[in-house]
Design a protein around this ligand. Structure first.
Ligand code: TRH
Length: 390
């Protein structure tokens, strides 16, 4: 039987928009390399976006090694003939592998395993499509759909081994947290009764929430990573533009430069409440297990609201009816154009219960296994079948 040692995986990532595509592919690549000793090549078409979440990256290099992964620039001039086809090929998040590479795959005597790693969705149809073949008649090759997800009938979610323990150690260690805050230029973190990370797209009524926080009876530190929302705040509060840091009543608002992915995890662990967006930061917020609020990536014709509702239904399933209603009301307000103050007031009264719920939700999701390991097991099964019968 063929051995799975020296396995080579190629992961293709086209950066469409923002940081979710590369964020997910980078996480997956590192995990496959470090936890599964797989030789991973990550093909990326946009090194500048990648460098925002991975500052060690050299954007001038077409090929480089980082964290055990070979990172290659995927460009229109890449000569695919010079690159050996991998054993497992992942096209991530609806990108299309270049046709010359597809033809090389089809020309192999033992065909590589071709996987389409899909977008995350909690909708129930995902379970029916996960792991199904998608025949490619023009190449006589099969491609398989691989869906991340929230149930055991999906591929699960990206979660590195030992992540929860790392988070718990950090959360229990005041010195580590103080050091982290100082690195972000916040030397008096202890003065704030509530710390909120606010990673989001814009919101037309953001001012209603910030006004509410300014008049809060507790001191609030709100950290806003640079990006769309930070831009909106700079125009709302011109004084913020000067130093990126202002205090308005009970609220200190600070814009943060984009940080390395692992440091962003620490921000989520260090805060009491996390606003997250897109596909990857929401999952990191799950593992931080602090109360979180999700702003989903917007799609044409409000299609994203169905995805949001499907997630909320799963996430809130084991909450009391009253709690589920309150959570969903604020999440919907955060994802539409509704005013935010009243629904936040009711939502924030439930933060301790939400934190408790999130720990249980975390445990439940972890039972599904992690996406990288599930992918490896799936590929092993397919790979063994191919080598025995092809
Ligand atoms: O950046 P996003 O809005 O990405 C989106 C979504 O993934 C969306 O589903 C996708 O279709 C679209 O891109 C094209 O949000 P997301 O998914 O949370 O990705 C952000 C990544 O950036 C995540 O890996 C965390 C990382 N990050 C850092 O590394 N440092 C930081 O300072 C911050 C704020 C985030």
């Amino acid at each position: 039987m063929t051995t799975l040692v020296n396995w080579r995986w190629d992961i293709f990532c086209a950066v469409i928009d923002n940081f979710g595509d590369i964020g997910i592919c980078w996480r997956l690549s590192r995990q496959l390399a470090t936890e599964h000793t797989i030789a991973v090549k990550l093909w990326v078409d946009d090194l500048a976006s990648f460098a925002k979440i991975c500052p060690q990256l050299d954007t001038n290099l077409a090929v480089q090694q980082l964290a055990g992964v070979t990172i290659c620039l995927w460009s229109t001039t890449t000569d695919w003939q010079k690159n050996a086809v991998a054993d497992v090929v992942i096209e991530a998040l609806a990108c299309t592998i270049p046709m010359p590479y597809q033809q090389l795959m089809a020309a192999q005597s033992v065909k590589p395993l071709w996987l389409n790693l899909e977008y995350l969705s909690a909708e129930s149809w995902v379970e029916g499509c996960h792991a199904l073949p998608s025949p490619q008649p023009h190449l006589a090759l099969d491609k398989y759909f691989y869906f991340p997800g929230f149930t055991s009938a999906t591929g699960g979610l990206l979660q590195e081994q030992g992540l929860r323990q790392l988070a718990e150690q950090f959360i229990a260690n005041a010195d580590l947290q103080h050091k982290f805050w100082c690195e972000l230029g916040i030397t008096n973190s202890i003065n704030y009764q509530q710390k909120i990370s606010l990673f989001a797209y814009d919101h037309p009524k953001i001012d209603s929430l910030l006004q509410y926080w300014q008049h809060s009876d507790r001191s609030i530190l709100c950290l806003v990573p640079e990006g769309v929302l930070a831009q909106q705040l700079l125009s709302l509060y011109p004084a913020l533009a000067a130093s990126g840091d202002i205090t308005l009543g009970a609220l200190r608002l600070k814009v943060l430069p984009f940080m390395a992915q692992d440091n962003y995890d620490k921000l989520l662990w260090a805060c009491d409440v996390n606003f997250v967006r897109g596909e990857d930061s929401i999952i990191r917020a799950h593992w931080a297990a602090k109360p979180f609020i999700w702003q989903i990536y917007r799609q044409a014709e409000q299609a994203h609201l169905d995805k949001l509702k499907a997630f909320m239904q799963r996430y809130c399933e084991k909450m009391s009816e009253n709690m589920a209603e309150i959570v969903q009301e604020f999440w919907l307000a955060w994802n539409t154009t509704a005013d935010l103050a009243d629904s936040w007031q009711v939502f924030s009264a439930l933060l301790p219960q939400i934190a408790e719920h999130n720990l249980k939700w975390h445990t439940e999701l972890t039972l599904n296994g992690d996406l990288a390991s599930n992918l490896v097991h799936f590929a092993e099964k397919k790979f063994i079948i191919r080598h025995n019968f092809s």
